[in-house]
Design a protein around this ligand. Structure first.
Ligand code: DL6
Length: 824
């Protein structure tokens, strides 16, 4: 009988309006007479959420009945950005909502802008996870994301007197996109001790007992696929005290503060996202976070599997778990613990299940970013897990010994336990040993991990265990949502929105690369996007920029390896050049706006110094009358996903200029090219494959190659390293206090002059400046420039995250999509 009352997703404008009004008047308890934009956003989101949840329920039922293999993507970061615009576009009802909102007296853009970004990530790694969720749903893969519901996402960045200041980002005031599941809770144990004994059958038993319990509560966020009813789930865990609200006994005895201490301590676990500055190394709370999340997720996964009543040996046929970097590596140990301690399986049987279930993605070769945890910390927090890690290591080293008898060095190099003081657990090694596949995220990166940091493991396990899946981006958010006019133009020439599901369709644009009318429209769209960004710059910084100038953009986390310092030194060089030019020479120069954005990790002083220098250079250059429109320097505060959606479509050139061999992939390079911008970049990460796809005539490459980096570093004698003469002039200007007290930048220039120039700024400076001059020249020929951008977009099909997900599904997960007919 209930079936006739089941919710049907609304589709018409009138039904949408009805839902909005209902939510305003009931859920929000407001009247339509005082419905402001915040309330309209809330009500519109709830109307879409209801729609998504209906499809979410159906999807979960369909996947459960079909009993197919599921993917679980474990990521400590999901940088989702805003949800409303994405939901409207993915379900294909943005126009309906636009008309409906307009009838209710609102502009859809204003309503979209009310939303707070879900910023549960630091940068590329978290945004990749978000793109993957979109692709998995759009391709109808049965897939869940598991993460943490941080109370505070990545901090908000304010720029005060040129310095970065961090402000907490409390984003949960009103979040219509999550469903608290107070019925889905998992109690997670920490500390305590392990009691071992032999049972009546002579079997060794280990019991982890004592310690403390923290409760994980599930919050579900629906993930709608594009143009499909499939709506997957992202489950985020929030921590709370297992023992109830607070200690009444203490409260009644007047000890008010400690009566709530347990509760607060428990809630701290999911309180903050750690910034990726490696200062978390050794922090117990970070390890606690990792175990809390992994234990809750695995309990949930195992509970679901057990309902199917299948044999344990079928676990890897039903479940694939992907480890997004080493952060969830404890899942390997936890599953082994569940299987041997709780379910009574033999070690070998359990270990076969574990290794066939997990895949591990590496996202960095930077040694300082590879996670290690101290053994004493582990011993205290997770005593049983440490024992299991020792056993995993013992069996692993025995197998290495059999393969390479007598090679003690090899054993020391590959041991999961580093014999340092204190001993450390090497999480990447544990992840490799416990997974059946290990992948890097771009060809160069995957080659580097095979030949450098993991080369012993290639010898041990053979080359087939190591593979590459070059990163990608979802064209739904990064083209259709961010650049609607370009998306519309492409649709009009390629027969509809099909390219959003098969990005190779973009190839059809090649035939318009010399089409005058098409090029005109293409150029108009770029100009309009630049006008939009110029307005945003004016409103946020007060600086007027000329939308006809060349927009040169570098937005990403601020890090020495990404080399924003190279960019700003190049800007200072340009400033010096302009100052030395005659009026006639200045007329021939293409005006440029250099735009920067990105956050520095709070504890990363050098990165903060780079931000300070950029702002101080801007303050001088932007008001120098000799320079005028020829150069403007902008730092955009608080770069995040929704700002990226305004910035990316407006670039003429974007900078991806990391020291060769340091940027695993990069994904903003893909976003910029897909939006009709060209790239200046090094032969690093995915730049290499982008070049291969779009052609070397359409990209400005410069700098030394990864294979030469080590040798070059050796030639840098500390203190007597000869600097590029143009760079010396730049440093001289900085040292003359032209951009404020030079003392503030001493560490930055000193790292290059006196401390070995680890990131090869001086070695690449000349090549960078020369290549920027080529960019200036090329930009003057607008006709050819536009052709280059059209050809580049036409050849970007490879970089869809749908292609990545299909590769993961085939090579690593062995999972099939569950297609579904669209019902509405
Ligand atoms: O794979 C996603 C993303 C890559 O595009 C970036 O090149 C890479 O730096 C980033 N890696 C990390 C890991 N930690 N560190 N450093 O964020 O992954």
């Amino acid at each position: 009988a209930w079936k006739k009352f089941q919710a049907k997703p609304w589709v018409s404008k009138d039904d949408f309006e009805k839902e909005v009004v209902r939510h305003v008047e009931t859920t929000l308890a407001r009247s339509m007479f005082n419905c402001d934009e915040t309330a309209a956003y809330a009500a519109a989101s709830l109307a879409f959420r209801d729609r998504l949840i209906t499809e979410w329920n159906r999807t979960q039922q369909r996947q459960t009945f079909a009993d197919t293999k599921r993917v679980y993507y474990l990521s400590l970061e999901f940088l989702m950005g805003r949800a409303l615009d994405n939901a409207m576009l993915n379900v294909g009802l943005k126009n309906v909502a636009k008309e409906g909102l307009s009838e209710l007296g609102f502009r859809i853009e204003d309503i979209i802008n009310q939303e707070h970004d879900a910023a549960l990530g630091n940068g590329g790694l978290g945004r990749l996870a978000a793109c993957f969720l979109d692709s998995m749903a759009s391709l109808n893969f049965p897939a869940w994301g598991y993460g943490l519901r941080y109370k505070y996402g990545i901090f908000k960045q304010e720029i005060v007197d040129g310095y970065q200041v961090e402000v907490p980002d409390y984003w949960l005031d009103f979040n219509p996109w999550e469903f608290p599941r107070h019925d889905i809770v998992v109690d997670v144990q920490f500390y305590g001790g392990v009691r071992k004994y032999q049972d009546d059958d002579g079997k060794n038993v280990a019991v982890w007992e004592g310690g403390e319990i923290v409760r994980a509560v599930a919050y579900d966020v629906p993930i709608p696929g594009f143009n499909t009813p499939t709506t997957n789930n992202m489950r985020l865990w929030s921590s709370k005290a297992a023992s109830g609200e607070f200690d009444f006994q203490k409260f009644n005895s007047g000890d008010y503060e400690s009566s709530v201490a347990d509760q607060q301590r428990a809630e701290t676990i999911s309180a903050v996202l750690y910034p990726n500055d490696n200062l978390d190394r050794g922090k117990e709370l970070r390890l606690k976070q990792q175990y809390f999340w992994v234990a809750a997720s695995l309990y949930d996964i195992v509970r679901r599997f057990k309902k199917s009543k299948r044999a344990w040996s079928e676990f890897p046929d039903q479940i694939a778990i992907q480890l997004n970097d080493t952060h969830p590596t404890l899942a390997i140990v936890e599953l082994q613990r569940i299987l041997i301690d709780m379910e009574g399986l033999d070690w070998d049987e359990a270990w076969a299940i574990v290794t066939n279930t997990f895949g591990y993605t590496n996202h960095t070769v930077l040694p300082e970013a590879l996670e290690k945890w101290s053994v004493p910390l582990f011993q205290n927090l997770l005593p049983r897990h440490l024992q299991i890690i020792y056993d995993i290591n013992m069996f692993f080293l025995q197998s290495v010994e059999r393969k390479f008898p007598g090679d003690r060095d090899m054993l020391a190099r590959v041991s999961i336990i580093e014999e340092s003081q204190p001993k450390m657990v090497r999480m990447a090694f544990l992840a490799i040993v416990g997974s059946h596949k290990v992948n890097g995220v771009a060809e160069l990166h995957s080659d580097l991990i095979r030949t450098t940091i993991f080369k012993d493991f290639v010898k041990i396990f053979g080359p087939d265990k190591f593979t590459n899946v070059t990163n990608g981006i979802t064209p739904r958010r990064w083209l259709h949502q961010a650049n609607p006019r370009l998306s519309e133009l492409i649709a009009s020439k390629t027969g509809g929105l099909g390219f959003l599901k098969d990005l190779n369709v973009l190839n059809e644009l090649e035939k318009f690369a010399d089409d005058k009318e098409f090029k005109k429209e293409w150029a108009e769209i770029k100009y309009a996007n630049k006008v939009k960004l110029a307005k945003y710059i004016k409103s946020t910084t007060g600086v007027t920029v000329n939308p006809s100038a060349l927009f040169d953009i570098q937005v990403k986390r601020i890090h020495e390896y990404k080399r924003q310092q190279l960019n700003i030194f190049g800007v200072i060089h340009r400033y010096l050049t302009i100052k030395a030019m005659t009026a006639e020479e200045r007329k021939k120069l293409a005006p440029r706006v250099s735009i920067f954005g990105g956050k520095a990790a709070p504890g990363y002083w050098m990165a903060k110094t780079i931000i300070h220098l950029i702002n101080n250079v801007g303050a001088v250059v932007n008001k120098d009358p000799d320079v005028g429109d020829l150069l403007k320097v902008i730092f955009l505060e608080d770069y995040n996903v929704s700002k990226a959606e305004i910035i990316t479509p407006a670039s003429d050139i974007s900078e991806h200029i990391s020291t060769a061999g340091t940027e695993a992939s990069g994904t903003s390079n893909m976003k910029f090219v897909l939006n009709g911008g060209l790239i200046i970049g090094t032969c690093d990460g995915a730049n290499i494959e982008i070049t291969r796809e779009i052609g070397e005539n359409n990209i400005f490459l410069f700098g030394n190659l990864a294979e030469d980096v080590e040798d070059l570093r050796h030639t840098h004698n500390y203190g007597s390293h000869t600097l590029d003469p143009d760079l010396v002039k730049v440093f001289d200007l900085i040292k003359s206090d032209a951009f404020g007290d030079a003392g503030a930048f001493g560490a930055l220039t000193g790292s290059i002059e006196d401390h070995g120039d680890y990131y090869l700024v001086s070695d690449d400076f000349h090549s960078y400046i020369k290549t920027q001059a080529l960019v200036d020249e090329a930009y003057k020929n607008q006709d050819e420039w536009i052709t280059k951008t059209i050809l580049s977009v036409a050849r970007m099909g490879f970089f869809s995250s749908d292609r990545c997900i299909n590769e993961y599904a085939e090579m690593i997960w062995n999972v099939e999509p569950l297609p579904v007919e669209k019902e509405s």
